[in-house]
Design a binder for this molecule. Structure first.
Ligand code: TRP
Length: 344
């Protein structure tokens, strides 16, 4: 059965958005809107699987929304909203809690990492999180999901849930007139290699909001001086840049900076090295500062302007939620028929 092609993705409103979020996710979201109908969700229900200070949660929800808009996602053509405003996410997640198997969730590496030694004391929500993610995608019957490497396993699980639902309820799907297969098996859109942005202090660690040193990351709201300072202080090694990509292999910090340059410029590492091979870091870093300030400066200042107008941001989220609800409501009605719930 052919499903209407549709993109769905989510970003958690936790902490400050940084260059890794921008290059790894948001720029991809922007590009996809030319080819697909896209639904971009600020996933506040996911955020509370670990403790969030309530005023901060509101602030970061609006901040992610501002980042979407400032980066160029069109909130009129696409749908931008926050998850908690569309109740069907939680509703379908419950049904999926009853479709997914305990053994499937026990294999989730992100849960194991996040729970660590403190397994008895993490929220039930953190464990069931992948089922909610499946509901996010499938409540819109989305076919394509841009995700980073770290979310691939969760997307696989979404496919397993969709598949099991289609098989378990096959008879009911048909007898209720919903065709042969109800849910599409959503496909990942995996980002290119240049988009894994690493810490500016340690090229072997991902750039992260939870790293204590702010010098490890470039926040989207950093001003030009801060961006310049952070890049100048970024860890490097004493050698000049190589001319071939091969030469970056044993040099994670060099590779990271070259990768950032390539991603911001919309090119690849090889062509950056064609330009800068043989240059000292002082020279390359100056160019990287200029490029970063040119690309990120306008986004940061637009974001700052937008977050000062929460009434406007909230109106975007309300409008997006209303449009999302129409699609989600239709899916949920059908799911109720298929599962056997009596409904109005
Ligand atoms: N789990 C994702 C993350 O932490 C966020 C997310 C929630 C998501 N629901 C989604 C991503 C649905 C893609 C599709 O990054």
């Amino acid at each position: 059965m052919a499903f209407k092609e549709r993109v769905f993705s989510g970003v958690q409103p936790t902490g400050n958005l940084h260059l890794g979020n921008y290059l790894g996710a948001i720029t991809k979201f922007v590009a996809l809107q030319d080819t697909y109908d896209c639904i971009y969700c600020v996933v506040d229900l996911h955020a509370i699987t670990v403790w969030q200070d309530p005023p901060d949660l509101k602030r970061t929800t609006r901040e992610v929304t501002a980042a979407f808009i400032a980066s160029g996602i069109d909130p009129k053509k696409q749908i931008i909203f926050n998850q908690s405003q569309v109740a069907e996410h939680a509703e379908l997640a419950w049904v999926f809690n009853c479709v997914a198997r305990l053994g499937w969730l026990n294999r989730m590496t992100q849960f194991k990492e996040k729970a660590g030694k403190d397994r008895e004391n993490v929220s039930v929500g953190l464990y069931a999180y992948p089922n909610l993610m499946a509901a996010d995608i499938l409540v819109y019957r989305a076919t394509h999901v841009p995700v980073g490497e770290d979310q691939k396993q969760h997307l696989e699980l979404s496919r397993d849930i969709a598949q099991k639902f289609n098989v378990d309820f096959a008879t009911s799907i048909t007898s209720n007139g919903y065709g042969e297969v109800f849910f599409p098996l959503p496909e990942p859109i995996i980002q290119g290699p240049a988009t894994r942005v690493m810490s500016l202090r340690d090229g072997s660690k991902k750039m992260s909001k939870s790293e204590p040193s702010d010098y490890s990351r470039i926040n989207l709201t950093d001003d030009a001086d801060t961006i310049a300072q952070k890049i100048r202080k970024a860890k490097t090694d004493p050698e000049a840049l190589p001319s071939e990509e091969e030469g970056l292999k044993p040099r994670p910090e060099a590779e990271n900076l070259v990768g950032i340059y390539a991603a911001l410029q919309g090119t690849d590492k090889a062509s950056v090295l064609r330009e800068f091979g043989g240059s000292q870091f002082s020279v390359f870093k100056s160019a990287l500062v200029d490029l970063s300030v040119a690309k990120l400066g306008p986004i940061g200042s637009e974001m700052k302007k937008l977050v000062q107008d929460p009434v406007y941001i909230d109106s975007i989220l309300a409008d997006g939620s209303a449009r999302a609800s129409v699609i989600a409501g239709e899916t949920m009605k059908a799911v109720k028929d298929i599962v056997g719930f009596v409904r109005r």
